[in-house]
Design a protein around this ligand. Structure first.
Ligand code: SAH
Length: 451
């Protein structure tokens, strides 16, 4: 086997993160994508002794486990690689993938409590970030997700199963509106153009919508008519916030040079487990509201009795986890990198009548050691890269009896757990929570005990 060879094989094991490993003769084939049992055609990108990295070219035969009819964008949009697999099977696959990651790091001897499913398998997302572009060169304007494996082509995902009709209405009416206006979309290569992204967020339990249209400053376009159009839509939720963000940044990410409020407020409200939270346009909030309630309940169970304890909520975002614990705890301290989220977290605590919470801005790796108090319990909920090594050292340095680690990436989680073990923390129990049905992602909650 050599580079550029075209091969056909049956997909073997699915690994966490959406990759697969298959055997062809005695060679291990590594590929992005693939469901166990699919027959595929692929081109060889690289070979090493006994291994090959390949790129899928064509699906020749479905897997026997693909028994669900997916949405019309399946395989064009890269979003939901497992949508064709029944939900119970998806859960089984994810649970096994997480267990395998633990075993690969020789982490044994803990209580594994399995996986819990999302309360909704579909229509569960409370946030979508759509990109403007076209599907074919110089074709009509499209707005949606990047085509699978492509950087430039955009599919208008008006049949997406992950969001409810409010999202679809805003998406389709926006793309229709701007198609008529003949405004250029922003091109990532030349940095020329106007329309960049559309971010839609929904307070699911409060029925409030936020629509944020993101453009460059290259055209001076009056958004009044667009706003009126949005207000005339027959949405289930109320249009609580319509925003126009000016972003001249070069990266393909939503950042803000100027925020214009076109209608309502610059935030929406959400409620979780009886607590109120304001969500500002750029701060993190769990993308599956009903799932988040289940995840935080699970975290609370893992924490156990925390009455009169001092709790650290590290990587606190808008302070959700800390506030869920604050009812019983004596004091909650949180650290979060994004200033805007910290302001929201402190306001939220006030709004909820919690006087024992204090959220501060900072990088956990650099600032956690500045806390002069001694915590009884530390909760960490880091982003995908996990907890920085210096932060693990400093967190362990407090000598708290218990640590609860909530992770959105089991690959970095297990590496961090090995590091925590070096500082005397052992895994007591583990449970997975599927916050992202139909995608390869999963949340994992771990309780660590000081030996
Ligand atoms: N616990 C929150 C947020 C978890 S997401 C919730 O459940 O909603 C992870 C958060 O970590 C994000 O808000 C991100 O802004 C923040 N973050 C990322 N790197 C960080 C760092 N080095 N120090 C502190 N916070 C960080």
């Amino acid at each position: 086997m050599k580079r550029r060879d075209i091969i056909e094989f049956e997909v073997g094991k699915m690994e966490f993160g959406g990759t697969s490993v298959s055997m062809l003769g005695n060679r291990e084939i590594h590929m992005k994508g693939g469901l166990t049992g699919q027959k595929v055609k692929a081109s060889v990108k690289k070979t090493r002794s006994g291994k090959a990295d390949v790129k899928m070219l064509e699906l020749l035969e479905n897997s026997p486990m693909e028994t669900v009819t997916p949405c019309k964008h399946f395989n064009a949009c890269g979003g939901c690689s497992m949508l064709s697999v029944p939900y119970e099977k998806q859960l089984e696959i994810k649970e096994k993938q997480v267990m395998d990651l633990f075993l690969n790091q020789d982490i044994f001897g803990f209580q594994f409590q399995g996986i819990e499913g999302s309360p909704q398998e579909r229509l569960y997302r409370n946030k979508m970030e759509y990109t403007f572009g076209d599907e074919v060169k110089d074709g009509p304007l499209t707005l949606g997700m990047h085509k699978k494996g492509r950087h430039i082509d955009i599919v208008t995902v008006d049949g997406c199963f992950l969001v409810d009709q409010d999202f679809i209405k805003v998406l389709t009416s926006t793309v229709e509106y701007f198609n008529e206006k003949d405004l250029p979309y922003y091109r990532g290569m030349s940095h020329k153009g106007y329309l960049r992204h559309l971010v839609v967020r929904k307070g699911v339990n409060t029925k409030e919508l936020m629509v944020n249209i993101v453009t460059s400053s290259q055209v001076d376009f009056d958004m009044t008519e667009y706003k009126e159009m949005l207000l005339s839509l027959d949405t289930d939720a109320e249009m609580a916030s319509i925003l126009h963000t000016i972003n001249d940044g070069l990266a393909d990410a939503v950042q803000c040079d100027e925020l214009r409020v076109l209608h309502g407020r610059d935030y929406i409200n959400e409620e979780l487990l009886g607590l109120k939270f304001t969500i500002s346009p750029f701060s993190f909030f769990q993308t599956n509201t009903k799932g988040a309630e289940k995840l935080y309940t699970m975290a609370r169970e893992f924490v156990g009795d925390h009455s009169d304890k001092v709790v650290f909520d590290l990587y606190s975002g808008t302070g959700t986890i800390g506030q869920v614990m604050a009812g019983a705890a004596s004091k909650v301290y949180g650290i979060e990198l994004i200033e805007e989220a910290v302001v929201a977290a402190n306001n939220n605590a006030k709004l909820n009548g919690l006087t024992n919470c204090e959220f501060v801005a900072g990088d956990v790796g650099k600032t956690v050691k500045n806390f002069k108090v001694k915590p009884d319990l530390i909760i960490v909920d880091p982003p995908r890269p996990g907890v920085h090594k210096d932060a693990i050292r400093d967190i362990a340095g407090f000598g708290a009896k218990e640590i609860v680690y909530i992770s959105c990436n089991p690959k970095t989680l297990v590496l961090d757990l090995v590091e925590f073990k070096n500082y005397g923390y052992e895994v007591e129990k583990v449970k997975c929570m599927d916050m992202f049905p139909n995608t390869p992602h999963v949340e994992t909650v771990v309780k660590l005990k000081k030996i």
